[in-house]
Design a protein. Structure first.
Length: 172
């Protein structure tokens, strides 16, 4: 009959309590800051502190960080707020028309009050004649058929009039 001793020893090792697998080691710190861990003892001139080390058995789970206190965060209620727009672009004409209206006007070659000189040139091209009186500028566009369009700008370089009230179609 085979010996049961190895079998009993294996069961004893697997079922042993965690304190049986713990050991104490010595942490030795030199004057210059070097640290070493040993079971043999520290040299003279080194400070000694004892550290307890536990060997974990297979299947053991240990929390590395304590669990968060959920009760503290559930009591606070947050109110929804509207987002604050920080980087909204503001043109020199005071945002009389939206970016969408501006794009549609340029594509359809229409001039709407609140457009800048650059917007008008994007829509109609370079003017045939530029007139500057006092601080107001006007562009004149002529065609071969005798049609023309005149666009007037204020001192800031924006088309004059109320938004949507003054429109001019391309003479081309």
């Amino acid at each position: 009959m085979p010996s049961k001793t190895p079998f009993i020893l294996l069961i004893a090792l697997l079922c042993s309590p965690s304190w049986a697998l713990a050991t104490t080691i010595q942490r030795c710190e030199a004057i210059d800051g070097r640290v070493r861990f040993t079971t043999l003892g520290c040299s003279t001139g080194e400070s000694l502190s004892l550290q307890e080390v536990r060997t974990l058995t297979p299947g053991t789970t240990t929390a590395l960080i304590p669990e968060a206190d959920i009760r503290g965060t559930s009591a606070t209620k947050t109110k929804r707020r509207e987002p604050t727009v920080v980087g909204q672009s503001e043109d020199k004409c005071g945002n009389l028309i939206s970016a969408r209206e501006r794009r549609e006007a340029i594509i359809n070659q229409r001039i709407v009050a609140g457009m800048s000189q650059q917007d008008v040139e994007s829509a109609l091209g370079k003017p045939d004649k530029i007139s500057i009186r006092n601080s107001a500028t006007s562009y004149r566009y002529d065609t071969k058929r005798g049609r023309s369009a005149q666009v007037e700008f204020d001192e800031r370089g924006c088309t004059k009039g109320n938004a949507k009230s003054q429109t001019a179609k391309s003479p081309h």
